[in-house]
Every structure is written in structure tokens, then in C-alpha cells.
Design a protein around this ligand. Structure first.
Ligand SMILES: [Zn+2]
Length: 82
């Protein structure tokens, strides 16, 4: 079971991995606000550490970012009196 696509993982720099969508290693770490769309509403999460694919501009969320976003979304839902 040796994969031929293994080489994309060996060239990571500064802890940033490869883009899961296009496989580019041109990924930069940023800390910026992220706007999530949840149903019909948009939730803004300030200063979320994540990675951005420099080739396509895709946002890549790791475990840490996902947990933070989850917490924000769940928190907003609890307080939202719809
Ligand atoms: Zn990409």
C-alpha cells in the first residue's frame, strides 16, 4: 500500500501542511476574522488561527480553529431567541 502522492507532505514549512483540496504546499498561517454561514445567518469569529492556500485562497481549518468556530456557533445558537 505505498502511495505515489506521499511526496506532497514532505515539503511542509513552518508546520503548515499541504492544501487538502489542491495539494499545494504554498500554505500560509494567518490569524484573521472568519465569517461563517450558518443557515441564513452569518457569524463572525474574530481572530481565528487558520491556514490559507496561497494558490487558490481556500481557508483551511485545523482542529484548533474548528473547535473555536464550533464554540462560537454553538454559543450564538444558545443565545439566539428565534
Ligand atoms: Zn489549495
Amino acid at each position: 500500500m505505498s502511495s505515489s502522492q506521499r511526496r506532497s507532505l514532505t515539503k511542509s514549512k513552518g508546520g503548515a501542511g499541504a492544501c487538502p483540496t489542491c495539494g499545494s504546499t504554498n500554505v500560509v498561517r494567518v490569524q484573521a476574522a472568519v465569517v461563517l454561514r450558518v443557515g441564513r445567518r452569518r457569524i463572525r469569529c474574530p481572530l481565528v488561527k487558520h491556514e490559507v492556500c496561497a494558490d487558490w485562497g481556500e481557508k483551511i481549518f485545523g482542529i484548533e480553529a474548528s473547535q473555536k468556530l464550533d464554540a462560537v456557533v454553538l454559543g450564538k445558537r444558545k443565545h439566539a431567541a428565534v
